[in-house]
Design a protein around this ligand. Structure first.
Ligand SMILES: [Fe+2]
Length: 185
């Protein structure tokens, strides 16, 4: 069942205050910084909104679990899939697919960009293992041949850099306006 845009905004505003994994920014700051980096890079509104919402699954997962705090990084949380049923009625694949593929994009970048693995935080290296580890060359090719995989790879880079404490960003309203213009419902 699709979420309303107002519910998405509420989730980001309320639940988004919590810390982003082990990083020194909140979930909301991380989402806004990610969207900002996409916007500054000249991405389409679809990719910018995907950047804003790429980790919405984290916020939905805690909502579903009734705030139960899972031991972090014990298992793959599959957060890239959790948001999709809630967003499918609202957005086209140009928004949904980069969200779905942004975790696998890390597995791809570890193969295709030398030194990428070294840049990952210990927490990110650990989650990479839980997410299936580095792709083989063949898996990497199959990955990048999918529609919107290139957007997912770029989103992944914005994701990696969207962890700067105190960085000023446009408002959530700015990006929700963009989402509203794209929403089909
Ligand atoms: Fe993220």
């Amino acid at each position: 069942m699709p979420l309303q845009l107002s519910e998405i905004a509420r989730l980001l505003e309320a639940k988004g205050q919590r810390q982003y994994g082990r990083e020194a920014v909140s979930q909301l700051d991380h989402a806004l910084q990610c969207a900002q980096l996409a916007e500054e890079a000249g991405e389409t509104p679809q990719t910018i909104v995907a950047a804003l919402l790429h980790d919405l699954g984290h916020l939905l997962a805690t909502e579903r679990a009734g705030e139960a705090s899972q031991p972090q990084q014990q298992r793959d949380d599959l957060h890239q899939y959790i948001a999709l049923p809630f967003l499918r009625g609202l957005f086209a694949p140009a928004v949904l697919d980069p969200i779905r593929l942004h975790v696998d994009a890390k597995r791809y970048l570890c193969v295709t960009e030398s030194g990428y693995w070294d840049t990952l935080s210990p927490a990110s290296k650990r989650s990479l293992e839980l997410q299936g580890g580095i792709y083989t060359d063949e898996q990497a090719q199959r990955f990048i041949d999918q529609p919107f995989a290139a957007e997912a790879v770029r989103l992944r880079r914005y994701d990696d850099f969207a962890k700067v404490p105190g960085k000023p960003t446009p408002t959530l309203g700015h990006y929700m306006d963009m989402a509203r213009a794209l929403a089909t419902a």
